[in-house]
Write a protein that binds this ligand. Structure first.
Ligand SMILES: [Zn+2]
Length: 201
């Protein structure tokens, strides 16, 4: 059994975005080409090590990664080009990105937070207004009634309204952040991440 070198490039971005994009690429490659131990593609690399190295050319980047990556280990990412202007740059831009992250987190945790609210309340039971069931709080696992599936078992009309508002605001914030980041596309058109790994095959 040997090893083959596999690589991918990603447009210049911050490390958090790179980690997310790389993990999406790994999922895609594994879906298309299989994910067994000897699949021989970057999708099976064990995670990502982001190096602080940066290079002027892709050849230099490739040499470095080929000499430093290990079989059965993570892929290595290095920078090619100038990464001094990677969105978010200004304090305002960073603030907008942080705001987006917070909204996204609130949105993703919506149901979990509703359930936590019930568990944190003083009463040991939760009554369903629709079917009249009394459910022991410790068995509450989702936001709908386990007996009649009523969606408003925990979520009030006010909650639903807040959720809708959050959904709209989140979409607006995403568009705002995308527009801000677009300004850097031209500056970074020659800058990218080079990621490579030795993959068992
Ligand atoms: Zn019910």
């Amino acid at each position: 059994m040997g090893a083959c070198f596999d690589s991918a490039t990603f447009k210049a971005c911050d490390e958090k975005t790179l980690t997310k994009k790389f993990s999406e690429l790994q999922e895609g490659r594994s879906y298309d080409n299989g994910s067994d131990t000897y699949a021989g593609h970057i999708g099976i690399a064990r995670g990502l090590t982001i190096s602080s190295k940066s290079f002027k050319t892709v050849n230099e980047a490739e040499d470095y990664v080929q000499n430093n990556a290990q079989k059965w280990s993570s892929a290595i990412a290095v920078k090619v080009g100038d990464f001094s202007k990677i969105f978010p740059v200004t304090a305002t831009e960073k603030k907008e990105v942080q705001k987006l992250d917070e909204m996204q987190k609130k949105f993703d945790n919506w149901e979990k937070d509703l359930i936590e609210r019930v568990k944190a309340s003083k009463s040991a039971h939760r009554g369903c207004k629709r079917c009249g069931s009394k459910i022991s709080v410790k068995y509450v696992k989702t936001s709908h009634c386990p007996v009649c599936s009523d969606m408003r078992f925990i979520e009030t009309d006010a909650d639903r309204k807040n959720y809708e508002t959050l959904r709209v605001k989140l979409k607006e914030q995403k568009e705002k952040v995308n527009a801000l980041s677009k300004k850097y596309d031209e500056k970074n058109k020659n800058n990218f991440w080079y990621v490579g790994a030795w993959c068992a095959s």
